[in-house]
Every structure is written in structure tokens, then in C-alpha cells.
Design a protein around this ligand. Sequence first.
Ligand SMILES: Cc1ncc(COP(=O)(O)O)c(C=O)c1O
Length: 383
Amino acid sequence: MNISSKLPSSGQTIFSVMSALATEHKAINLGQGFPDFDSDPVLRELITKHLNEGKNQYCPMPGLLALRQTLSEKIERCYGTRIDPATELCVTAGATQALFTAINAFVHKGDEVIILEPAYDCYKPEVLIAGGVPRPYSMVYPDYAIDWNKIADMVNDKTRMIIVNTPHNPSGTLLHQDDMLALEQIVKGKNIVVLSDEVYEHLIYDKQEHQSVMRFPTLFEQSIAVFSFGKTLHTTGWKMGYVVGPELLINEFKNIHQWNVFCVNSFLQFAIADYLKDPSTYEQLPAFFEEKRDRLTKLLADVPLKPLLSKGTYFQLYNYEEVSNEDDVSFAKYLTKEIGVAAIPMSPFYSDPISDKTVRLCFAKKNETMEAAAERLAKLAKT
Ligand SMILES: Cc1ncc(COP(=O)(O)O)c(C=O)c1O
């Protein structure tokens, strides 16, 4: 049989490659972004309750109404925006399915999609599957700032979407109010959808405020915001998330969603609907993760790796210029195999080669995991 691949050169994600290498070499995995601690026991009790009460059948296509109502209240509390739970929200199988569905709903063959790089690895293949043309824009170490005039210059009649991500994986940087206003000016009056990946909305430090597209009414008219319960509830394996947008866009999103997955896990939706009614469940997250960020920074203070203090997400970049001249993929492999700590290199997040000497470490880890990793990293010496 002769099958022609839609993604002939995509290969395995860097996360799978580095995690497999970490297992093979018994390395402590500070590479792939997942917590090594459990979720709240209150949440687990709610899940057991709803599971045992038989909430195991299909729920409505856009998600359980009770969950959409809880989310609408949460959004109003966080961002001051009123979202109609009946028409402006849809529950998804994680952020990845949400991104896939949004891209396939709005990007037609030949449409251009501006992707700000370094970019989470699923954006580009999802655009290619939709027949779109990725147009990368490079943000660079150490400030990863965006020159919005250059983005405006990239926009043309074929531009159908701009994908943004704040707090930003992998750099740990944030978009600010002036970024969002510049973006609003660029897309205003044009047939461009802003796909705003906000999965780390609550992982934000030093008293900064998350700049959701929902805070900007004009921008929000053209936006789909994407969220993940995996990040908010320490449960990346559940693959549960949701999207929020104006009715016009959410209708078209649902048009694709119904043929893609129809509806997602029911008993988890009942449990999350109850759990997130208590705002303290998500309002304690910035302090919880800021303490972890500071702990990792302190533990590695005497190691010759230079941190770029994370402003959001559970990732922190480390520059290794003082230790090695190797490229970042080779250095991440060396760290995993020889030092016993897995890290993620930056170059797979870019379309074009980069010369940055930085790797990403994840601090969503138990204190003892970070302490053990620091003990191993102490073996690194300046060249
Ligand atoms: C920026 C970003 N977007 C989306 C996702 C995917 O989220 P989910 O696991 O809910 O599909 C991740 C996961 O790491 C991410 O970092």
C-alpha cells in the first residue's frame, strides 16, 4: 500500500524523546512538564462520589452545563468578563484537542497562521494538517519580546489566525497589557482569529496579572481562549480542558468538535464543576508554584547554570554557556545520560536553527525531587 503522510517530517516530540532517555538512564525528569505530586484529596473524593453515583454516560456535546456555569463564574471573578455558559464555552479533551479543533475550524487550505516562536510543539503540525501555512516569528532569549510592527508587516490577505501563548511555554515570560492592545489593533476589522493559549493562567508570579484576551472586549470578539484542567488541577493525564469565545466563533468550533470527539469524560466534569466552585482551589496556585520556583532557583544557586527567572508557567530556563559549547539538544542529552537530570532543549520549539545555549527545567516537582536533581547538577563544572 502507498500511504502518503500528512506530516512526513514531524517525527517524535522532544518530550517523548527526552522522557524515554530519562527512563533509560534513570535520570530525574525535570524535562517534560508534569507534576510528580498528587491532586487535592478533596477533588479525588468528588471524583469517586460521581463515579459511584453512575455519572458515566454521554453528557451534552459542549460539556456539562453545571461545569460551564462554574467556569463562567470563575471567569467573571478572575477577569471581570461575563461569559454565557450556554453559548460561549465548550469543554474539550485537553488543550491539545481544543487547539486542533480551533485550527481546523478556522484555517482553510492555503491560509496563513502566524506562530510566535519558541512555540508549543503541537501548533505547527496542527496548522499543516488543516492545510494551512505556518508563518513563524522568532522571539529571542533573554527577553522574548515581540516587535508588533514586524507582526503587522507579516499580516496579509491570507492571514487567518495568530496563535499567542501567555504565560509562555517554554520561556516562562508573559504578555503584558500593551502587547494585547497592539495585537488588538493588528487584527481589528480583519478576518483573523486570535487563538490564545492560556493553559498556565494561574501559574503566574511576583503579583503579576494574567492578561487574558477576555480582559480586552474588542480583541475578545475575534478570539478563542484555550484552557487546560491538567495544569490547574495537577492532572496532566486527564486531558481535560475548555475553550471560551464569542458565540459566532464557539458555534463554528462546536461544528467541528461534534465530529471530532462529540463530548468528553462525564464523571470528571461533574467533579470539576463542584471543585472549582471554591475559588481558593485556584487562587492558591501562584503562591504554591512561586515557592517551588524560588526553591529550585536557590537549590541551583551555586551550579554554573544561569537562570532566567520564570514569570509564569512551571518552567524555568537555564543558560549553560559557562559549562559547555555544545548545541542545546546535545547538552540536554548529556545532562540526562551523564549527570542524571533530564532537561528539554529550546531548539525544537523553533522552525529555524538557533544558537541559544539554554535548556528548560520544570519545577512542578516535590521538594525532594528538586533536591535530588540539584545534588546531581552540583557535579557540573565551569569549562
Ligand atoms: C502551552 C501549552 N499548550 C497546550 C498544552 C497541552 O495541554 P493539554 O495537556 O491539556 O492538552 C500544553 C501542555 O504542556 C502547553 O504547555
